[in-house]
Design a protein around this ligand. Structure first.
Ligand SMILES: Cc1cc2nc3c(=O)[nH]c(=O)nc-3n(C[C@H](O)[C@H](O)[C@H](O)COP(=O)(O)O)c2cc1C
Length: 191
């Protein structure tokens, strides 16, 4: 019991910036956010424009209990320069789920939306949780991008074996929340 209280205390005031992209694994977002919040982490979510076509920012804000960000060019938040200020004192940047597209952009320094600009501006540990069809995960370009991320100090939480929406089975399913929370804890030096 005592160690559990100690762990919860460690997580207090840990602010995780969560970048969300347009993968079918967005379905698991409620479980992931709940698992992070269960540890007492504060979660600030940013959605890619395509992710906003799969879930509404309003829905995600209800999950995090916080304002959600998606539009880099919005006058509403413009004065805050969100991609810089969101990560200035963040403990960690977590991209989950990360599409093949997002992995490719991260690996090549592309900064064309709020998730990618925030990733580049972040000086805290950065974790990426890929989620895609096994054929995409096996693709040489994707694997090269993953290797490039790892070579540059980004922590990649490997996808796992699963059945896709298409019925195909293989490696590409986003790691389950418990694996992701463990990887976050390790990155923060809690484990
Ligand atoms: C229903 C649906 C599910 C998708 N699931 C995935 C996925 O799991 N992984 C992936 O890499 N791309 C997936 N895609 C393709 C991405 O949504 C597409 O590459 C998009 O441009 C990604 O945008 P974003 O990375 O900016 O969010 C899916 C597309 C659709 C229509």
């Amino acid at each position: 019991m005592q160690w559990k209280v100690g762990l919860l205390l460690m997580w207090t005031n840990v602010r995780v910036v969560l970048g969300v992209s347009a993968s079918i694994a967005i379905d698991f977002l409620p479980d992931l956010i709940a698992a992070l919040r269960e540890q007492s982490a504060v979660v600030d979510a940013i959605l890619t424009p395509n992710a906003c076509k799969m879930v509404s920012p309003l829905y995600v804000s209800a999950l995090t209990g916080r304002r959600v960000y998606w539009d880099e060019m919005s006058a509403d938040a413009g004065w805050e320069v969100p991609h810089i200020n969101l990560v200035r004192d963040a403990a960690l940047f977590l991209a989950a789920p990360a599409t093949a597209n997002l992995v490719g952009k991260f690996a090549n320094g592309i900064a064309d939306d709020l998730v990618t600009t925030t990733f580049l501006a972040c000086r805290a540990p950065r974790l990426v949780c890929p989620a895609m069809h096994p054929h995409m995960w096996e693709d040489r370009f994707v694997q090269d991008n993953i290797a490039r991320l790892r070579q540059n100090g980004v922590i990649v939480v490997d996808p796992v074996l699963g059945r896709c929406a298409t019925g195909d089975v293989g490696i590409g399913a986003m790691a389950p929340p418990e694996n992701i929370v463990s990887a976050v804890a390790r990155a923060l030096g809690f484990e």
